[in-house]
Design a protein around this ligand. Structure first.
Ligand SMILES: Nc1nc2c(ncn2[C@@H]2O[C@H](COP(=O)(O)OP(=O)(O)OP(=O)(O)O)[C@@H](O)[C@H]2O)c(=O)[nH]1
Ligand SMILES: [Mg+2]
Length: 354
């Protein structure tokens, strides 16, 4: 739903990824009315002084800042402009909330929201003690203190429930390991086509879509290659510069990757070459961060139906330089079902070699 005028401030570090940042904003608000680049964020207000003045004269419905704002920066903007301020963390959490298809995903989102809110509420409490927010911005100091206590209580209840859900999944996973069923995890950036591939391999019909974060909790199903049973897991997509609060909440669901025997990293080959390479590099970093070392890896270079053959060859050369083994790169189209048998054979070969 279009919420009125949406004004976006984007730090220049995202200049080369502007369309992706705008996609994130559009996923929540439908469109963006104004885009301002920020070269050097102001320490007090993040937004440059002259822009802030302009906004105070023409307050937008939503002011989106595609960076992580400090609580004091939010407060300082709100003192000047009568608007709703949303930073990159809140925006991504909003997209997650729109797609949350499971109890676990909902809880993770609420937990991340609370973690993001707590310092802000603390800042409001401090400011109302100083009289800076007297009669302004809602409930006043007593109200904020009660809200703070409520959030802390809710935080620990959610943590307990998430623990329980995770324990159940772990028991299931241990059973699979005991039974000796090989486990393949499908990983990669959001919108790369992970779920489309998961559906094509397992015959399932999980939701796919062009908007980011369609999948928000890991899904597992069985497949069979030449009579060999394999368990496949579809995972939550990566995104460049995922804010730390969200990283912590959501990488926990990536434990399915850590527990797998083989990772299939799905990459969208229709993106510009430097992006494809950049995404593979940062995916490798994510694998390191979540403690995956030396696990077999296949790269499914997806969406080749959208790309010239020559470009695919070039990409394969570049990726081979990066990972050092061209036999592990399989160009496919999950949607058009091109080369899926080749991918399956490579999965089987790798698993047999374990
Ligand atoms: N042309 C083309 N489009 C594809 C292909 N595979 C997936 N898509 C499209 O790409 C979009 C994203 O696909 P998904 O399978 O939802 O991607 P995902 O990686 O699971 O995304 P998230 O769950 O959001 O992280 C959808 O619109 C798909 O229809 C392909 O091989 N070719
Ligand atoms: Mg998906």
């Amino acid at each position: 739903m279009k919420p009125g005028r949406v004004v976006a401030f984007i730090p220049s570090k995202y200049r080369d990824f502007l369309d992706e940042e705008l996609t994130l904003i559009r996923a929540v608000y439908g469109s963006v009315d104004e885009v301002h680049m920020v070269r050097k964020p102001n320490t007090r207000t993040y937004i440059q002084k002259d822009k802030l003045e302009y906004l105070s004269q023409n307050p937008p419905q939503k002011l989106v800042v595609m960076d992580i704002l400090k609580p004091s920066q939010v407060s300082n903007i709100l003192r000047e402009v009568n608007t709703e301020v949303v930073d990159r963390v809140m925006l991504i959490l909003e997209i997650f909330a729109q797609h949350a298809g499971s109890r676990e995903a909902l809880l993770q989102i609420e937990l991340a929201r609370i973690k993001h809110m707590l310092p802000l509420v603390k800042d409001f409490i401090r400011r109302s003690k100083l009289g800076e927010l007297a009669g302004y911005l809602g409930p006043g100091r007593y109200g904020y203190e009660k809200y703070y206590t409520y959030l802390r209580g809710r935080e620990s209840r959610i943590r307990r429930e998430i623990e329980e859900i995770r324990r159940v999944r772990e028991v299931r996973r241990e059973k699979r390991i005991r039974e000796g069923v090989p486990h393949v995890a499908i990983a990669g950036y959001t919108c790369a086509g992970k779920t489309t591939l998961f559906n094509a391999l397992t015959g399932k019909n999980m939701p796919v879509g062009p908007e980011p974060f369609t999948t928000l909790s890991p899904k597992t199903a069985k497949m069979d290659i030449n009579g060999v049973h394999i368990v496949v897991t579809d995972t939550v997509g990566f995104i460049r510069d995922l804010p730390p609060e969200i990283t912590e909440a959501f990488y926990a669901t990536l434990e399915e990757i850590t527990a797998s025997d083989l990772i299939v990293l799905v990459v969208d080959s229709s993106k510009p070459k430097f992006r494809v390479v950049n995404e593979i590099e940062s995916s490798m970093r994510v694998f390191n961060e979540i403690g995956v070392h030396g696990k077999p890896l296949l790269i499914a270079l997806n969406k080749i139906d959208l790309v010239d053959g020559g470009v695919v060859d070039e990409l394969m050369d570049d990726i081979a330089m990066l990972i050092g083994d061209s036999s592990k790169i399989i160009p496919i189209s999950a949607e058009k079902r091109i080369n899926l048998d080749k991918l399956k054979n490579e999965v089987l070969r790798t698993i047999k070699g374990l």
